[in-house]
Each structure stands twice: as C-alpha cells, then as structure tokens.
Write a protein that binds this ligand. Structure first.
Ligand code: NAD
Length: 264
C-alpha cells in the first residue's frame, strides 16, 4: 500500500475503509472523500470487476482496489472480506454499509417480489456485511467501526416507498443492536440518515417522476437538494476519531426534510 498523502481534518490518514455501494451516486463521493482524507479505500459494488474498470479508473482509484460483491450472498460477502484483508494487508478499520435499493409503488398493490428483493438487499445485505466484518474484528479483538446508511424516511412515511422506509427503520434497529452488543469489545456502530440527495436513486426519480419532483420540491426546509458531499462529511465524521464517543447514533443530515409534513 502506498503511504497516505495527507491527513485532513478527520484523523483518517492511513485508515482502511471498505465502501459498499461505491459505484452509486453517493457511494462514489464517499469513497473519494475517504481517499482525500488520506484513507486507503476498497470499493465494492455489484458490477463485475472487468465492467467496473472504467468507472473505477475515472474515479481515480486503482482497479485492484475494487471488488465485485452481491451483498445478499453469504459466500460473496465472505470473499469480499477476504479480499479486503488481502488488499489492505490486514482487516479494515471502517466498513461503510452503504449499498441500497428503492422501489416506488403505492403500499396497496406493492408487488411482493419487489418487496422481497428490496428487503434482501437493504436488510439482509446490510446484516451480512456488518456481521461478517464484526466477526473478523472480534476474532482478533480489533476496534472496528461500522457506518450504516439509512434515510430520513426511516421515521417519516413518504408516499410509494413504504417498504423502503421499513427497511431503513430495520437497518437503524440493526445498527443499534450491533452498537449495543459490540461496544464492550471496542466496536462502534452508527448510521447516517440522508435526506433527498441530488444524485443516485432520488435523482433518478426526480428526473423521471413529475409527481415525486413536485412533492420533493416542497419537502426540504433548506430549499435545495442535498449534495452527496454532505452525506460523505457525515460518514467521515462517524468513521473518524472525532466521533469516538458515539455509538448507536443516527446522524440525521436531511436539510430539515423530517421537520414538517411535506404534502401541505
Ligand atoms: N439518493 C438519496 O436521496 C438517498 C437518500 C437517503 C438514503 N440514501 C441511501 O444511500 C445509499 C446510496 O444510494 P444512492 O442514491 O447513491 O443510490 P444508487 O442506486 O446510485 O447507489 C446504490 C448502489 O448500491 C448498489 N447495490 C444495489 N444492490 C446491491 C447488492 N445486492 N450488493 C451490492 N451492491 C448493491 C448499486 O449497484 C448501486 O451502485 C442507499 O443505501 C440509499 O438507500 C439515498
């Protein structure tokens, strides 16, 4: 591994971070922010390594620091963790459980296959990655840090994404259980809950669904779509020594979206 180039304000220079969902709209920015902070980053996402080369190169990463993994597969998650240990020359210090999917259908008539697939990725996938990472930290008594990504809609019903909201509420609950069970062993577990971000899944819906767009335009007290950099700042904070006394916390970074009913 090359030496860390700078330390920045975060105290993350030389730390080793796995970012899941690293090819997504927000994940790319999180991975870049860790690199800027001087951390070593292993990117992972669904895309095959050969198909991801261009995107990984374009993002300024060495393609050897990308590993494909379907987080819903136990075997693939184990292989990912092996790969991280090999690439870093040791266990990661930080695992960002960030991948996720959304589906948009009214709650009545929501297709059950879409419901099951969403829960597989958001809940089972998050659980598999976090528990495999934690199992390895426990085995060598390493003080790792988990950072989950939930959403402001974990607490606020937003039309047509009921199962997504429920999956994020469940991830928040899991995050707190990891925190509760593992704090005595020095492992921290926290979550970032973003609002309506101008890239990734919300952007796709904003661009293609006029009803969503008009609702979303009224939903953000700060009056503008969220930047992915603001999510990355929160993730880096929770990964860093600056949050050393935080575990089991959800950092809500949503421009105030959760403050008022958005349909009025
Ligand atoms: N965009 C927003 O407004 C917003 C708001 C709140 C929370 N979030 C959360 O932020 C995270 C990233 O969202 P985004 O907006 O960048 O969406 P995105 O679709 O651009 O990125 C999600 C990434 O997860 C990956 N992924 C999906 N299924 C996977 C699987 N089975 N295994 C491994 N990777 C898988 C996708 O390939 C994709 O690259 C998600 O957890 C999402 O729920 C997004």
């Amino acid at each position: 591994m090359e030496a860390a180039s700078n330390s920045g304000p975060w105290g993350l220079a030389g730390r080793r971070a796995v970012v899941a969902g690293a090819l997504g709209g927000i994940g790319q920015v999180i991975a870049a922010a860790f690199r800027e902070a001087g951390a070593h980053v292993l990117l992972t996402d669904l895309t095959d390594a050969s198909a991801a080369v261009e995107a990984v190169n374009a993002a300024g990463f060495d393609p050897r620091m990308y590993a494909a993994c379907d987080l819903t597969s136990e075997d693939e998650v184990r292989a990912l963790c092996d790969r991280a240990a090999e690439a870093f020359g040791g266990l990661p210090d930080i695992v960002c459980v960030h991948a996720g999917v959304v589906g948009s259908h009214p709650v009545v008539g929501y297709p059950i296959e879409a419901f099951d697939e969403l829960m597989r990725v958001n809940l089972r996938g998050s659980f598999l990655l976090a528990s495999e990472a934690a199992r390895r930290w426990l085995a060598v008594e390493a003080p790792g840090t988990l950072v989950f990504t939930t959403s402001w809609v974990q607490d606020v019903p937003w039309p047509d994404i009921g199962p997504y909201s429920a999956s994020k509420a469940a991830v928040r609950s899991l995050m707190r259980t990891f925190a509760r069970e593992l704090a005595p062993r020095g492992i921290r577990s926290n979550a970032v809950a973003p609002g309506i971000v101008g890239v990734g899944m919300a952007r796709r819906q904003w661009d293609t669904d006029p009803a969503y767009r008009s609702r979303a335009q009224r939903a953000i007290p700060l009056g503008r779509l969220q930047t992915p950099e603001s999510v990355a700042d929160a993730v880096l904070f929770l990964a860093s020594p600056l949050s050393a006394y935080m575990t089991g916390a959800t950092l809500l970074v949503d421009g105030g979206a959760s403050l008022y009913p958005m349909d009025e």
